[in-house]
Design a protein around this ligand. Structure first.
Ligand code: TYC
Length: 115
């Protein structure tokens, strides 16, 4: 029965007591959206600009112009947001970027923070 489904955002105010009462009142429950996280790349003096642009294209799906713009923002400001995701996706992006940087021998740092 839909009214006994704990997943439903609509829940009866009174449970069915089996005495034949009709449950007429319903109370809407607000479901909060999941918190989102921004994935941030940090500047360093050694990672090549071309590698950062490639990371922004391959892992964050930016086109070459946007990727170059974000890379230069990191270079000048010290950091920039690359994308905003739910927690698990953001954590996987961080892991993938760090793994790619380590594999290539670059010290590139990538973090996530609540948006
Ligand atoms: N500062 C680096 C250089 O001059 C380039 C760079 C950009 C490194 C962005 C990291 O997240 C970064 N080669």
């Amino acid at each position: 029965m839909a009214s006994n489904n704990p997943q439903s955002p609509i829940q009866p105010v009174k449970p069915d007591d089996g005495q034949g009462d009709v449950v007429a009142e319903r109370q809407e429950q607000r479901v909060e959206p999941p918190p989102v996280y921004q994935v941030v790349l940090l500047n360093d003096d050694y990672t090549p600009m071309e590698f950062v642009v490639m990371v922004l294209q391959q892992h964050f799906h930016h086109d070459i112009e946007a990727a170059t713009h974000i890379m230069l923002k990191i270079h000048h400001d010290g950091h920039a947001v690359c994308g905003v995701y739910i927690k698990d996706v953001a954590a996987t992006k961080v892991e993938m970027v760090l793994a790619a940087a380590r594999r290539a021998g670059h010290p590139l740092q990538c973090i996530m923070e609540v948006a």
